[in-house]
Design a protein around this ligand. Structure first.
Ligand SMILES: [Zn+2]
Length: 77
């Protein structure tokens, strides 16, 4: 049962929602995607997530994508 703690810890990290304090590492816009790499995490806006998706797909451990929130906002307005 000692494996439980490590499993919970990493899933919390992966599922932490992105907020207004999170900005794209490429352009500084609101971040909607967090890519967890072996070397650390990168934050991207929807535009740069799309741009880097192919080059990072092989190395990314977690691709946390909240770009659906952009579409939700667009639908509501
Ligand atoms: Zn960007």
């Amino acid at each position: 049962m000692t494996q439980t703690a490590a499993t919970i810890d990493s899933s919390v990290e992966a599922e932490t929602p992105l907020g207004f304090g999170d900005h794209c590492d490429s352009c500084g816009a609101q971040a909607y995607v967090r890519v967890t790499l072996p070397s650390g995490a990168l934050l991207f806006c929807a535009h740069h997530a799309d741009k880097h998706r192919e080059s990072l797909a092989d190395t990314a451990l977690v691709w946390h994508d909240e770009t659906h929130r952009l579409r939700d906002v667009a639908d509501a307005s």
